[in-house]
Design a protein around this ligand. Structure first.
Ligand code: CAP
Ligand code: MG
Length: 468
């Protein structure tokens, strides 16, 4: 079946080692074979009609090749497409996205289009720096490289509105209560009631006081997200005052600003905390792109900490999906998982692991379940779950830290709460989420993954719903 006069389907094609592989779910008003042709054409060298200007070089070396289609009914299915390395201006992420995740979303035959995953060849990964500090760098700073306990963090709440002194007081109370990390909220940058520089100084002073009083190293990530020039000014400012960390809303910044901002952070030896606000507009539903694709870019470009969901909190993301995002964040390779719409992955050896952040509706009572899912290499972070604690911020922070200490010692939260008042109060108020359900889901996945693959291949993208 052709589209625009050419046929891109080639069942015999075996992807080359430097090819990019893209897995897509599509559904529309034409047979899936035709839809696949349209997608391959529009995302590579073709258009709606045959071209007098087409030549052998373009066709042989630059076209996309659909090498597999799996029908789910007549007009829907999964499509695997390979793109040759030479197709791309490989230093330019926007050019890549304009091909692979660009015009195709507008093709009128399409009712659903979801870019499930992209496999980036090692050759492509080699040009990216990866994290400078990564998870291990942050651990070394805080002093947990041996204990390997989860880190704990918070976001002062209300999200916006506290003035610099109030904000810094909340930060102080959080650290004194036992947390490692305080961050600005995604929508707090430089509002009139809490100017960036004033807040920064107040919080850094509070951090220094905490370090003197406790002997512990604590972190704060001021949110510098803005127009590029203002971000750079803020980064200069943070660096000039000897502070080691910044935060960015990486998804909203986009791929034009992000690589430069991260390069500067690397030059300045600043840790970067990456918030992903906005990603879910693309990631959820049947029209868009899975967050795993962005996550891969963020790790290649070199953030140190990245929000990837909790699996048990207020935001989307079932345990199996979050587990996979965690693997992509800090493991070297992993197998394809059709039930999550994910291809196998392999990281170039120089790309360091990043610290996964489990956040969104967290509280002490969910720590055991979330750590059962993530493992101990995780930053468990809570806003409401700390500042909504009956004893306020200090008690809330203590409850989180006690929960983390309990899981690090392998003691269940209800048992630990018997001798830890703040944890007990958190469990009484927020409840206790046992890790049993998560552990069962992980064990079932191991046993049933072939069956789960088959089920999704039968049902299509809808079959993935229960994991997402
Ligand atoms: C959490 C949070 C984070 C979310 C983002 C919020 O606050 O500060 O931004 O974790 O979601 O504003 O919701 P709570 P994700 O602890 O009070 O829920 O981590 O999934 O990207
Ligand atoms: Mg937030």
């Amino acid at each position: 079946m052709a589209y625009g006069g050419y046929t891109y389907f080639d069942a015999k094609y075996e992807p080359a080692k430097d090819d990019f592989i893209v897995l897509i779910w599509a559904k529309g008003t034409a047979p899936i074979e035709k839809i696949a042709e349209g997608i391959a054409s529009e995302s590579s060298v073709g258009t709606w009609t045959k071209l007098k200007t087409m030549n052998q070089f373009v066709w042989e070396h630059l076209r996309a090749r659909v090498f597999k289609i799996h029908n789910v009914g007549k007009n829907a299915g999964f499509i695997w497409i390979a793109y040759p390395y030479e197709h791309f201006d490989s230093k330019n992420i926007m050019q890549f996205c304009a091909s692979v995740m660009g015009n195709i979303f507008g093709l009128k035959e399409l009712e659903e289009l979801y870019v499930c995953d992209i496999k980036f060849p090692l050759k492509y990964q080699k040009q990216f720096p990866g994290p400078k500090a990564g998870m291990e760098g942050v651990r070394r700073y805080v002093g947990t490289e041996k204990s390997r306990r989860p880190h704990t963090g918070t976001i002062p709440k209300p999200k916006v509105g506290l003035n610099p002194k109030e904000f810094a007081h909340v930060a102080y109370e959080s650290w004194i209560g036992g947390l490692d990390f305080v961050k600005d909220d995604e929508n707090l940058v430089d509002q009139k009631f809490c100017p960036f520089k004033e807040r920064f100084h107040e919080v850094v002073n509070a951090a220094e006081r905490v370090e003197k009083e406790t002997g512990r190293k604590v972190l704060y990530s001021p949110n510098i997200s803005d127009r590029y020039d203002r971000m750079m000014d803020r980064m200069d400012y943070v660096k000039a005052h000897g502070w080691p960390m910044v935060m960015m809303d990486v998804y909203l910044m986009g791929f034009s600003v992000l690589p430069m901002a991260l390069e500067q952070a690397h030059r300045y030896n600043l840790f970067t905390h990456a918030h992903r606000a906005g990603y879910a507009a693309a990631h959820r539903g049947n029209y868009g792109a899975n967050f795993v694709i962005y996550e891969k870019y963020y790790r290649m470009l070199g953030v140190d900490q990245l929000h990837i969901g909790t699996g048990v909190g207020k935001m989307e993301g079932g345990p199996l999906l979050i587990k996979r995002l965690h693997q992509v964040a800090d493991e070297k390779k992993g197998p394809a998982k059709m039930y999550l719409g994910m291809l196998d992955f392999e990281w170039a050896p120089h790309i360091k692991p990043i610290f996964s952040v489990s956040s969104g509706g967290m509280d002490a009572g969910k720590v055991e379940a979330s750590v059962a899912l993530h493992g101990r290499d995780v930053v468990v972070q809570a806003g409401g779950g700390i500042h909504g604690h009956p004893l306020g911020t200090r008690g809330g922070a203590a409850s989180m830290r006690q929960a983390v200490d309990a899981v690090a010692k392998g003691i269940s939260l209800p048992a630990y709460a018997k001798t830890h008042k703040e944890l007990k109060m958190a469990l009484d108020k927020f409840g206790y989420v046992s890790p049993k359900a998560v552990l069962k889901e992980l064990a079932d996945e191991k046993k049933n993954c072939k069956k789960m693959d088959a089920e999704v291949l039968r049902q299509g993208r809808g079959g993935m719903e229960k994991y997402s």
